[in-house]
Each structure stands twice: as structure tokens, then as C-alpha cells.
Design a protein around this ligand. Structure first.
Ligand SMILES: Nc1nc2c(ncn2[C@@H]2O[C@H](COP(=O)(O)OP(=O)(O)O)[C@@H](O)[C@H]2O)c(=O)[nH]1
Ligand SMILES: [Mg+2]
Length: 258
């Protein structure tokens, strides 16, 4: 089953609801007031209420009530989120009841691919509300309304492909996973540290390609660990499913512990 809910998503634009400079602060823009102090005028800069954070907490509470564990999967475009999910869902189902929300700017390609697994899939196209480069909590709330959470143990969100903005937006998930493929270069964890700092697990994907690349997998893992010491890193190939066992076990452990 695959539903495209882009038309149902709030007609309001995210950028209007949550003004963020394109530095993408997850909070609304700073509130600047001027006050008199003696003879001097001083600027008081206050962070306004973090609306996204509140909505994310509301989502988290709802998912908790329903006994649904939520995984937010993030990466650059093309590093293998959908392929990893296709293979992962097949291994997890039917003993774990899974659902997927997938975010892209345009097309239902990923939802079409993932629906083949038999999992309920909701596609969000952010093009309909400004072409956002990430999913925000209010979008997830709306998407989840179209899903039967009573029939779900695990909800996996494939975020919009981007190593920057999705890391800044809490969507009410329980765990965050980043995928880095070996074709992207070893240095990306150092260039995009927030993503690797915010995640709970990293997958180093496409290791089947290592024989054809000048790529130092050790350096990539070291760079990830430099940014996030102690974070588990699993080297996998979503094409061959090499290295999948610890990844699948990690998900099972998370769902069991929910
Ligand atoms: N060789 C190889 N190709 C992969 C692997 N994982 C994904 N791909 C390919 O990489 C491309 C992008 O994958 P996709 O899953 O759509 O990436 P996404 O944009 O992150 O969802 C596709 O052509 C996949 O077949 C892998 O482990 N090995
Ligand atoms: Mg994809």
C-alpha cells in the first residue's frame, strides 16, 4: 500500500511557519528587543519558543502511546537509504510490523519501491509546500494520521536526502541513523559534523565497491568516531546484504526495548 499525502499536507509553508534563516536554525528566528539600561540602549536577543520541538514531543508521546518505535534515517541523496530499507524491511517483517514515511522533494519513486515489501508507505513530496530539504515534526504528524499505528511496531522515516538540514529537525523519533556511502569520501563526517553528532548509529554503505575505489574505510570510521566517540558504525552493502546481521540485530534490540 502506498499513499501520497503531499496534497493533504498543510498548505502552509514550513518556511513560513518556522522562519529559519537558511542556516536552518530549528528554532524560530531570534526575537530582538531593545531596552534602555541607564543611558545605553541594549539589545536583548531571545530564542523564541521552539515550535518544532514541541510538535516533535507531541509526536513522540503519541508514538509511545501506540507502542511504535520510530527510526529517522538520513543521508545524502543516493547513499542508499531506500535500498537499505528495501532489504531491511524484508528481513524484519512479518515478525516486526513496519511502516514507512518517505520524504522527497518530488516523485513517488521511493514509495513505489518500498511498497513492494508489503509495508504501508506514506510518501511526502515537499515540493507541494516549498520544496523543503528536510522533514519537520508537523509533516510527520500529518503523515502518521494516515497510518494505522495500532498495527505497527516500527515506523521508519526515510528523510529527504541531505546531510545538513534533517539533522536539525527533531521529528519525534526515538533513534537516528545516518548512512554514508563509500563513494562520498572519507571526510564527510568532518565536513557535516552535526549529522554525525546527532545520530545514534552510522552505516557505511556500498562496501562492495571498495575494490574499485581509492577509499580508506578506516579513515572514514575514524572520522565518524572523532565527531561522535563510541557511536556504533556498521559497514554494509545494501546490494549484497554483507554486514547486515549486526544492523538488523540493532533494530530488533531497539524495538524490543521500546
Ligand atoms: N554497488 C552498490 N550500489 C548501491 C548500494 N546501495 C545502494 N546502491 C545504489 O545506489 C543508488 C542510490 O540508492 P538509493 O537507495 O536510491 O539511495 P537514496 O537516495 O539514499 O535512497 C541506486 O542505484 C542503488 O542501486 C550498495 O550497497 N552497493
Ligand atoms: Mg531514497
Amino acid at each position: 500500500m502506498m499513499i501520497n499525502i503531499s496534497d493533504k499536507i498543510f498548505k502552509t509553508r514550513h518556511h513560513k511557519d518556522f522562519p529559519h534563516s537558511h542556516g536552518h536554525s530549528p528554532v524560530s528566528g531570534p526575537q530582538i528587543q531593545r531596552k534602555k539600561s541607564g543611558t545605553r540602549e541594549i539589545q536583548v536577543v531571545r530564542r523564541v519558543l521552539d515550535v518544532n520541538e514541541q510538535m516533535a514531543e507531541r509526536n513522540r508521546a503519541r508514538f509511545f502511546d501506540k507502542g511504535v518505535f520510530v527510526l529517522n534515517m538520513m543521508s545524502s541523496p543516493g547513499s542508499g537509504k531506500t535500498t537499505t530499507l528495501e532489504k531491511t524491511l524484508v528481513q524484519l517483517m512479518p515478525d516486526i510490523k513496519c511502516g514507512v514515511i518517505v520524504g522527497d522533494i518530488c516523485t513517488t519513486n521511493d514509495a513505489d519501491r518500498l511498497a513492494v515489501t508489503g509495508a504501508p508507505v506514506v510518501q511526502i513530496n515537499t515540493d507541494a509546500f516549498g520544496g523543503d530539504c528536510h522533514l519537520a515534526a508537523h509533516v510527520i504528524e500529518k503523515a502518521a494520521e494516515g497510518m494505522d499505528l495500532d498495527e505497527m511496531d516500527l515506523l521508519i522515516v526515510e528523510n529527504v536526502g541531505n546531510l545538513v538540514c534533517p539533522a536539525e529537525f527533531d521529528i519525534g523519533e526515538n533513534r537516528r541513523v545516518v548512512i554514508l556511502s563509500v563513494t562520498e569520501g572519507e571526510d564527510k563526517p568532518l565536513k557535516y559534523p552535526l549529522m554525525f553528532r546527532e545520530c545514534d548509529l552510522a552505516l557505511l554503505n556500498k562496501i562492495d565497491l571498495l575494490p574499485y575505489l581509492d577509499y580508506d574505510a578506516r579513515a572514514a570510521v575514524d572520522n565518524i568516531r572523532q565527531i561522535h566517540p563510541g557511536m556504533p558504525v556498521h559497514e554494509i552493502s545494501s546490494k549484497t546484504e554483507a554486514g547486515f546481521a549486526p544492523w538488523i540485530q540493532w533494530i530488533r534490540d531497539q524495538v524490543d526495548g521500546r
